[in-house]
Design a protein around this ligand. Sequence first.
Ligand SMILES: CC(C)(COP(=O)(O)OP(=O)(O)OC[C@H]1O[C@@H](n2cnc3c(N)ncnc32)[C@H](O)[C@@H]1OP(=O)(O)O)[C@@H](O)C(=O)NCCC(=O)NCCS
Length: 156
Amino acid sequence: MTEDDLDRMADLLGDPEVMAFYPAPKSRTETAEWLAGMQKRYREHGHGLWIIETHAGAFVGDCGLTWQSVNGDPVLEVGYHVSRSMQRQGYATEAARACVELVAREFAPTLLTAIIHPANDASRGVAENIGMTHIDDDHAHPWIVRTVMGMQVSPA
Ligand SMILES: CC(C)(COP(=O)(O)OP(=O)(O)OC[C@H]1O[C@@H](n2cnc3c(N)ncnc32)[C@H](O)[C@@H]1OP(=O)(O)O)[C@@H](O)C(=O)NCCC(=O)NCCS
């Protein structure tokens, strides 16, 4: 992700349907700050959310690896957002599988998680497609108990 991706990321993260399980869609300014934060993650951790494109170069969304927290403990998470017009075609599953392969090559052995709003069936479907099961619940926020899907990834 670079500054050149701001337009398409602002469209994606500004879509109320894509952001239905977040506190609110992001404005263009908020997306620019979020994108700068992602570049900081690349520099500091060597990973973050990356752009998903088709082989023909059409924008699909983002997917990748970030450090998150479950009940105060750091965990590696695979995350994903797919544009409304590109959903339900297997793109998030394909991208998340590629992330699992990367984790197996570069970061394993490790726990890999997906931390999900309990009503987000699509996100849970992706997690189940890549072999995750419900391993925990995150109680760190007073207003929501999030479902923690996870799997142990062994070295490739
Ligand atoms: C979650 C999301 C990335 C899935 O992207 P996608 O490319 O449509 O996912 P896939 O096509 O790989 O579908 C994966 C599975 O999810 C389930 N699924 C997908 N969309 C669904 C929906 N609208 N309702 C219920 N289940 C759904 C299905 O089980 C599907 O597997 P199947 O097609 O083999 O049955 C997409 O819905 C999205 O961007 N949602 C908004 C952002 C978001 O909530 N991200 C996750 C934050 S934790």
